[in-house]
Design a protein around this ligand. Structure first.
Ligand code: NAD
Ligand code: DAU
Length: 361
């Protein structure tokens, strides 16, 4: 499918959303309406390079606000919606789940309801070519043992955290709107992303910045938990492939085929920084690694079977984990000003709340 009219993106000021917006403007360059509440995780500075571009419009809007969503749909007449907006951090969902239920469930429901009303009024061929792409997570499938097969699109849902439960609920709503109303939906379930513009509450940027500053590196439990890492640009190219060529009503798993233990990720970051920003007086940054109290309900392992998206859409990731991690460390070293700006009072409060007790002797 070709995209010539407006595409509406929710959550396009967050980590993956802003990478998607920037790559969309670079590759397709067609009009894009960016709808984002600008919570602590949404940062207009991520979009500085397209600030003056008339094809991109950022509107501050809560996806739970029915009237605002309705008027944006009526005014901008999008040919597709790519829905990233969510509360996304598992640890926050354990401490304060309310916002997760509100945005991830109620917000997705509001968006689906208003999109359905808008879509039902479209005439052909716009009605058939319309797409609603819901960006979701591999965490809906729960946790794997060391020898279990990777998650496929038919793996039963078994979410374990308030975050993944709220995402699972949103996936089910999207499925229901396709099944019941025929809304042309697509759902993607992706593994852990990393890369530029990731908020430093998540493992990789948190460890890069702590290591750089000589702070302790809080590894939950024994560090043996495994995640499958995907460079964010590869996630964006996968979403474009699903949007252009995916079959309505289908779900597609996306992953990097790069399973790593958390402890290995953290030691690699230490070694990269020792090489790229040596601090001989301090010695190896590995000494900063501190094993701390585990995340409650911590999923042991995620792994993704990407054979469906590879077979049907010809998508495979372009970046390898080692080179992608090096690029990411380089990006943070080159963007310390960006880091300083987002380390607001709210960020400092979160670090205190999540780590004070974990790091207590
Ligand atoms: P993020 O937390 O960095 O960004 C979320 C964005 O949503 C922010 O810009 C925020 O302002 C916006 N937002 C939050 N509540 C909103 C509301 N009520 N109305 C409008 N906007 C709102 O998240 P991310 O890591 O970029 O994740 C984006 C999406 O991808 C999420 O749906 C997440 O579940 C999914 N996902 C993330 C990963 C990952 O590794 N980060 C992996 C797989 C899937
Ligand atoms: O799998 C996809 C999911 O990946 C996305 O849906 C989520 O939005 C995204 O946040 C991410 O969830 P995780 O919980 O896997 O990511 P996080 O970066 O929070 O943690 C990665 C691993 O590192 C996890 O096993 C917990 C561990 N960890 C995390 C932090 C923040 C630590 O050991 N120490 C830490 O300080």
């Amino acid at each position: 499918m070709n995209f010539t009219d407006t595409v509406l993106v929710t959550g396009g000021a967050g980590f993956i959303g802003s990478n998607f917006v920037l790559s969309w403007m670079e590759t397709l360059g067609t009009p894009l309406l960016n709808v984002d509440l600008l919570t602590y995780a949404g940062n207009p500075a991520n979009l500085e390079s397209v600030e003056a571009d008339p094809r991109h419009l950022l509107v501050r809007c809560d996806i739970c606000d029915t009237d605002h969503i309705t008027s944006l749909l009526a005014e901008h007449r999008p040919q597709a919606i790519v829905h990233f907006a969510a509360e996304s951090h598992v640890d926050r969902s354990i401490i304060a789940p309310d916002a997760f239920l509100r945005t991830n469930i109620q917000g997705t429901f509001t968006l689906l309801e208003q999109t359905k009303a808008y879509w039902q009024e479209l005439s052909e061929p716009d009605r058939s070519s319309f797409r609603f792409l819901h960006v979701s997570t591999d965490e809906v499938y729960g946790s794997l043992g060391p020898d279990d097969p990777a998650f496929s699109e038919t793996t039963a849902y078994a979410p374990n955290s308030p975050y993944s439960a709220s995402k699972a609920a949103s996936d089910h709503l999207v499925r229901a709107y396709h099944h019941t109303f025929g809304l042309p939906t697509l759902t993607t379930n992706c593994s852990n992303n990393y890369g530029p513009f990731q908020f430093p509450e998540k493992l990789i940027p948190l460890m890069i910045l702590h290591a750089l500053e000589g702070k302790s590196l809080p590894v939950y439990g024994d560090g043996s938990n495994v995640r499958d890492w995907l460079f964010v640009e590869d996630h964006c190219s996968a979403i474009r492939a699903v949007l252009e060529r995916g079959r309505p009503g289908e779900t597609y798993n996306i992953g990097g085929s790069s399973e790593r233990k958390n402890l290995d990720v953290v030691t690699t970051i230490c070694d990269l920084l020792d090489e790229m920003k040596p601090d001989p007086a301090q010695g190896s940054r590995r000494r900063l690694i501190t094993f701390v109290k585990d995340r409650p309900g911590h999923d042991q392992r995620y792994a993704i079977d990407t054979s469906k998206i590879a077979r049907e859409l010809g998508w495979t990731p372009a970046e390898r984990f080692e080179s992608g991690l090096r690029r990411t460390v380089r990006w943070y070293l080159d963007h310390l000003e960006w880091v300083e700006k987002i380390r607001s009072g709210e960020y400092l409060k979160w670090i205190e709340e999540n780590y004070a007790e974990r790091l207590a002797p």
